[in-house]
Design a protein around this ligand. Structure first.
Ligand SMILES: Cc1cc2nc3c(=O)[nH]c(=O)nc-3n(C[C@H](O)[C@H](O)[C@H](O)COP(=O)(O)OP(=O)(O)OC[C@H]3O[C@@H](n4cnc5c(N)ncnc54)[C@H](O)[C@@H]3O)c2cc1C
Length: 626
């Protein structure tokens, strides 16, 4: 076995992940942990200050309810999420996040995040729920607060440790294992409770980018399905694994469109100039009641654009020049003011990208796009798993104690596995929490997890032999490579191992062709998924033959194995749900209609660690409010 010394860390509460949800966990757990004598430890595969989906910065905080300002109520937010998810959401979780999210945003401001203010000192809204920010350093600011809180409480954060899998004591969580990405060490974290906040998943499906652009995607490439893998492997029930997210973004560099649609009120059109949201309005009748209510769900907006593309009316465009001209038009009688407004709008347009997707600004510059004079192409991206955004995949977690909800089995945000909590992208059916809501949910989950540790003070048992076997399995790709790499002159090609890049291409091709990726026009069917699952079984067999030249390769190997489990949970749930409910995210061509009578429910799944069998489960959707 590769010569990796084992580092053992014993703690009470372990937070795995270092993104928006985990930083929320850390702030709250540091406070409650110190107060209650509960030791807290956090671990991230990267550096807290620049990790996760917010690493590059954001230009808007997408969830702010504005309760104090009397702008909205938490009930309004529940209605909004219900509508956007075509009726399928855990309203108790959504309500709980909504009632806590404003305080997270106020903390961000206190910690130094510049939120745009208008001339009256009020937050500038991008849309009803979104606040404009100068967010290049958003993650740095939020992470710094988390680090300070942990430090002040005397708790430790481990950075650059890749968490692979949970460790269990029967059906109770007992910690997590992983390896250092810089120090060639194997880490064992033993804990009474674990919060999983390892983000969503990208590169499960074949991306549109190829060649020199390979790897570029809307979702930053850092998250590989570790949350799904961790919770599935612990035996947790999962929900909404079919509800992937497909954003429509500026083409090729995946720049954000929110500011264009919401702030600049831009139109999206086909090549022939038709505005698909207007031209194809009739189609929305087929998806009633959701198609006929406002705001029109994101997947249906996608779908209308996709119909244009299918009809040969592409490319699709964002009419940036028209939008800018429309706003500046109010100053048309004052040339000086008009010129100034145009200049301001132009710089806001560029800043939007510079805050969070610099490559889009580079692409605009490289392809002579000037937003004030030319329109810019948009396209549907490949699918992603991001339960905190407009997808909904994640673990099935317990609802808050004080709410009248049937989904309760102990501690808020605890999975169906004792002592294992999930938040952010890791918890399902509670989408539209975004960066701020993930932070708020993390704070809530942490407080509940500390309570769990206080009320369940015995340390779980960890079987030493099982741990040693896990270590061997995790490091196996290094051994497989070392033992076989001399067999061929080109180490990339070898009959005895598969390199992680080749493995990933195989997974992505399979998902693209059988599970409705962009290459298949986002369409799939029972027969396609069943064939995909056959191929998946063979891929999973070959996963045991992954070969890693070094620790970076080892990380890639495990990222891909984790993606595979996310992919399998997705395919099984798409197969189980015999209807099409989210056209624009995926289309079951053999079941092309929505079936409210039979499928207005959650489609859950569970993998049994003892038997290796999957179970599919229907769960009722119970509204929290009328
Ligand atoms: C492109 C994009 C644009 C977005 N735009 C906005 C926006 O404008 N406004 C807004 O409010 N929200 C936005 N969001 C949503 C927001 O980023 C997410 O809701 C939020 O980051 C989710 O928090 P999280 O903690 O679950 O995941 P993340 O913040 O992604 O954090 C995941 C963490 O897990 C760590 N990790 C992953 N795997 C492992 C492993 N195996 N071992 C150890 N650590 C691991 C990562 O390093 C990271 O620290 C956007 C998201 C994306 C992808």
């Amino acid at each position: 076995m590769a010569d990796y010394p084992t580092v053992e860390v014993t703690t009470d509460l372990l937070i795995v992940g270092g993104g928006m949800a985990a930083t929320g966990c850390a702030v709250e757990a540091a406070y409650w942990g110190k107060k209650n004598g509960v030791k807290v430890t956090a671990v991230d595969k990267a550096a807290f200050t620049r990790s996760g989906a917010v690493a590059m910065g954001l230009s808007a905080i997408n969830q702010y309810v504005g309760v104090n300002e009397g702008q909205n109520t938490c009930e309004d937010y529940v209605h909004y999420v219900r509508q956007d998810l075509m009726g399928i959401s855990r309203e108790d979780l959504v309500f709980n996040i909504a009632r806590h999210v404003d305080s997270s945003v106020h903390l961000f401001e206190k910690w130094g995040l510049p939120i745009w203010l208008d001339e009256n000192g009020r937050y500038v809204h991008e849309g009803r729920w979104q606040l404009m920010i100068n967010g290049e350093s958003y993650k740095v600011i939020v992470a710094e607060a988390a680090k300070n809180a942990m430090d002040a409480a005397g708790f430790e954060i481990y950075e650059r440790v890749f968490i692979v899998a949970p460790i269990m004591d029967g059906d109770r969580i007992a910690g997590a294992v992983g390896f250092g990405t810089r120090d060639d060490k194997f880490y064992v974290f033993k804990a009474k409770a674990v919060i999983c906040a390892l983000g969503g998943a990208v590169h499960v499906f074949r991306p549109r980018s190829t060649g020199e652009g390979q790897g570029r995607s809307w979702y930053p490439p850092f998250n590989s399905g570790s949350s799904a893998f961790f919770t599935i492997k612990a035996g947790a029930e999962m929900t909404c694994q079919e509800v992937r997210f497909i954003p429509v973004r500026f083409k090729d560099a995946y720049g954000p469109v929110g500011a264009w649609f919401l702030l600049f009120k831009s139109r999206a059109t086909s090549a022939t100039g038709g505005e698909y949201m207007v031209v194809r309005k009739e189609e929305l009748n087929n998806w009633a009641p959701y198609g006929l209510a406002k705001p029109i769900p994101a997947n249906l907006r996608n779908y209308l654009g996709m119909l244009d593309v299918e009809a040969g009316l592409g490319p699709l465009y964002m009419e940036t020049a028209e939008a800018i001209q429309n706003i500046a038009a109010q100053f048309k009688d004052d040339p000086k003011a008009f010129k100034k407004k145009m200049k301001d709008l132009e710089s806001e347009a560029w800043e939007d990208f510079l805050d969070m997707t610099i490559s889009q600004a580079i692409l605009w510059a490289a392809s002579n796009i000037m937003p004030e004079t030319s329109r810019s192409e948009i396209a549907a991206c490949e699918p992603y798993f991001i339960g905190s955004h407009s997808g909904a995949s994640g673990a099935w977690v317990s609802g808050p104690e004080d709410l009248d909800t049937p989904y309760k089995w102990g501690y808020g945000n605890m999975c169906t596995v004792k002592g294992l909590f999930a938040c952010g992208d890791a918890s399902g059916a509670s989408s539209h929490k975004f960066s701020s809501g993930s932070h708020a949910e993390g704070r809530f989950a942490a407080k509940e997890a500390v309570r769990f540790c206080v009320e369940n003070p015995t340390m779980p048992n960890v079987d030493a032999a099982a741990l040693e076997a896990l270590k061997k399995e995790i490091l196996q790709p290094l051994d497989t490579y070392a033992e076989n790499c001399k067999m061929t002159t080109a180490p990339e090609i070898n009959p005895n191992y598969i390199k992680p890049m080749s493995y990933m291409h195989r997974l992505q091709k399979m998902m693209d062709e059988y599970a409705g990726g962009w290459g298949s026009g986002f369409k799939t069917s029972k027969a396609l998924i069943e064939r995909g699952l056959e191929l998946m079984a063979m891929l999973k067999e070959d996963a045991a033959k992954l070969g890693a030249k070094n620790v970076y390769d080892l990380e890639r190997c495990w990222e891909n194995i984790q993606r595979t489990w996310q992919a399998e949970a997705h395919m099984r749930t798409v197969l189980f749900r015999e209807e099409t409910r989210w056209p624009g995210y995926y289309f079951r061509a053999d079941k092309p209609k929505m079936d409210e009578a039979n499928w207005h429910c959650f489609a859950n799944c569970k993998w049994d660690p003892k038997t290796g069998e999957w179970t599919m489960i229907k769960r009722d959707v119970v509204p929290l409010i009328p």
